[in-house]
Structures are given as structure tokens and as C-alpha cells.
Design a protein around this ligand. Sequence first.
Ligand code: PEP
Ligand code: MG
Length: 540
Amino acid sequence: MITIQGKSVFGGVSIGKLMFYKRNEKVIKREHISDADAEWKRFEAAKGQAVDQLKELYEKALEDVGEANAMIFEIHQMMLEDLDYLESIENIIRSQEVNAEYAVATTADNFAQMFASMDDAYMQGRAADVKDVSERVLDILCGVSAGVKEMTEPCIIAADDLAPSETVQLDKSKVLGFATMYGSANSHTAILARTMNIPAVIGLGETLSSQYDGKMAVIDGFTGILYVDPDEETLARMQEKRAKDLEQKELLNQLKGKENVTRSGQKINVYANIGNVSDLGAVLKNDAGGIGLFRSEFLYLENSTFPTEEQQFAVYKQVAESMAGKKVIIRTLDIGADKQVDYFNLDKEENPALGYRAIRICLTRPEIFKTQLRALYRAAVYGNLSIMFPMIISVSEVKKIKEIIAQVQAELKAEGIPYKEDVELGVMIETPAAVMISRELAKEVDFFSVGTNDLTQYTLAIDRQNQKLDTFYDPHHPAVLAMIKMAADNAHAEGKWIGICGELGADLELTEEFLKMGLDELSVSPALVLPLRKRIRECE
Ligand code: PEP
Ligand code: MG
């Protein structure tokens, strides 16, 4: 097996035979001519023919890949009318008294080099375009047709690089993937591969040798790896990865943009859980309606010292802006228990899960809490942000939180720093105490989010970290479900909304039960948003 690392331009896995793209060979010779006017006319005629071909290609691309991507062939037509390009060709023909082929090839090389040496990645990508369009004129001048090899079976196309026109002319139904030695992620070939939903890796270098033509290969478009002659284990692993990816893509096709609604019309919000800004892409890709839990403690876990207000503000603002008005619920830091951070200097405890963690740290070390709250209230200006607090067990904790919020707002106001006044506030329901007093808590906040991971641990007295107890850790336990129902009833009795952000929210065996309880929201890992939407739409 040969493993070659490249750069992924489109995810997905493709498995099949490698076929090297072969172009019709033409040799461009420098020839002396005696009639420069006639040679220039010969070029103009070829250029006219090339423009006609590009018009046809534009129509084909319009159908296959849409207007935005078809534009490239209009740009190619414009390149052929570019005065600098034409002047260069005419000047070479007349001053050097040489054939049009040589003048076009030389101009193409010069222009491509000029583009490639520019700082701007977009302009660098144009080097491939000027070569592509010049090749077209050269084919016409040399009397050869553009080189598309007949494809008898679906295969992975390998090439040094593929020009946009070469890409669009391939029989899409037979292309499993693209693997190229060179190319940039901004090239139109890369853009077309993404639009055509075809896994692609570029920049594989010269290790991608044409001696592999006809061999079995796998493109892992997620990691940018090309496997040639994969061994059994790799092939099996890649087949499984491909099956999962196809299943997810199928779900996306069916369900993207659809409502989370049952057959009888009951609606529920499906949001996503994240730990980091890098998860945002997955949230948007999987069409989540919002972020139901941003575990902000990951910011602290990834840092070697307390993240500053500015650092936090930048992250929260980015998340709020990226979600463009959709709800973003940020949970204040939940450090302690299994999430230990050295610079917090927490004492070693006998029972960390029952110890000094989450809101207990925030309320006793308000300087840490206030920094986070300042960042959150400032970021709230940039989107639809809500704040929720973990491990709540009493109304007095909520009252203390509100006092601290009032101080933070007063300080921001005095400093003239913009912030949002009325941010939605919620508490996590993850202790039996919170469930039992949920009617009182509901009077104090705007929403509840049930943390079933901890609620199960504290209800069943089972350490969620202890593997030996896995068979006893039963989140379907009637006591846990009764707790969720009680919290839901109390939230609704006070006109507040309630969701689940613990793992149980994604348990499809319980979706129907949660709908019956009248839960308003379920927040799950991004990849589980669409399977959950599917399940909801199957429920009565
Ligand atoms: C929970 O306890 O269910 C929860 C969502 O919080 P975490 O898993 O981060 O403790
Ligand atoms: Mg928890």
C-alpha cells in the first residue's frame, strides 16, 4: 500500500481505480513565417472558434454546476479579449516573425508565471485559467481536439492538475474523485469538485506517479490522504467511513432546511452542543437551529492561564456572529470534577463530583466569574446570546448570580463599554435538588436546560466516570425520566421553556417521550441533529 498525503478540497471517501487523465499531445515548434498579417488572422480565427466553444461550455456548466460556477467560462472568454494578452501575442508574431502557436504558448507561459508569483491566492489561481484558455486556442491552431479519455467505468481521475474546462467536460457519472499532484484550494477545479460533491485531494506531489494508472485507490477527502493499492484493513476502514458519510449526506439531502415537526404538527427546536469555535462549521453544515450548549470551560482547559476578557469576548462574539441571529446558549465555566485545570489551584478532593466545581467556584471566586460575564454581556451585542449556569441547587445561588450580573453591568456602563442589558438567563437542571425546587427556580430564570449526564449520576448515585458502573448507569431509569418530566411541568407552569443538553437528548428511543413531555428544545452533537430531525418527523 502506498500512502500519499495531500490537501483535501472536498470531504467524502471514494474507492475505485485510478485513471490518469491524458491530454492530446501536441508539440509546439517555433517556426519562421513570412506573412505576419496572415498569421495574425489565423490566430484571430482560432480565437473566435475558442470563444464559441467557451460559450457552449458555459451552457453545459450552467446546467451541471449552476451559474456561479459556470461564470469561469465567461471569464475565460474575457481573458481571450484581454488587450495585454492579445498585444503580447501580436507583438511576438510581428516582431519575431514566428507562428501563432509559438506566440500563444509563450504568452501563456509568461502570463501564468506572472500570476503565480503574485501574493494574492486568488490571482495565483488564475495562472491555471490563462493556461487553460491558451491550450484551447493551441488545440484549434494545431488541429487537435481537446483530450478527454473515454471512461468505461467509474474511476478516480488522477492528473498533474486539471483545468476547469477539463473538469467540467468529464462525464460526472463516472468520476468517483479527483487526485492531483499540484493545484490550489482556490482553483476553479477545486471549487467545481466541491460543487459537484466529489471527494478531491490536491497537492499530492510527484509521488502520485502515472505508473499507478489502473490500480485500486482510495481518496480520504477528510484527511487529504490517497491510498494506492490499499491493504485489507484500510479498505475495510474506508468502506465503513464512506458508508457513514453517504448516510449523513443522504440525510442532509432529505432533511436540510426542513422543520423539526411531528406528523401531527408538534414542533421542537433542535440545537447543537459545541466546545469550541472550530465546531461551528459542523453546526452550520448539519443545519442546527442554534447552539444549545457551548461548554465554555474548554476555553479554560485549552489555556495555560486564565483566558482574558478580550480573548473570551473575541470567541463569544465570533460564535454569536457566525450563528447570525440564531440562539447561542453559552454555559459559564464548569470546571472541577473531571475537568481539572492546573492554574485554578484546586485542592485534591475525596469526592470531586460532589465537590468544589462549576457555579460553586464562580460564586466564591467572583473575579474569575466577572471576567467571563463581562465578556458575555459585551458579546451579546453581536447576536442572539443566552447565558446559563451549571450545577445549580438553590434559588439563593441564582439571586447571587443576578447580583454579580448587576455589578458587572454597572461597571461596563460606567466604563462606557457597549453591552446588552436584557440577556436571556437560564439554569441547568442537573441535580435532583434543582428538579425538586424547579417551580421556584422557574420564577427566577427564562429557561431550563436539563443536563442529563449529571442528573443521572446524582439521581442514581453513580459516578459517571467509573467504568465499572456502566451497566448500572441507566439514563432511561424511571427516576431520571420522572425528574425531567417534573422540571418540564414546572417550567411550563411558570411560562418558561425547557430543553435537554445532556447526551440523553439524542437518544432516539426517547424522542417520542420527550415530545409527550412537551420539551421545547433538544441540543445534541452536530452530527446527530439530522438523525434526530428524522426521528421527530416520524413521530405522531
Ligand atoms: C450534563 O451534565 O448533562 C451536561 C450537559 O453537562 P456536562 O456533560 O458538561 O457536565
Ligand atoms: Mg453537567
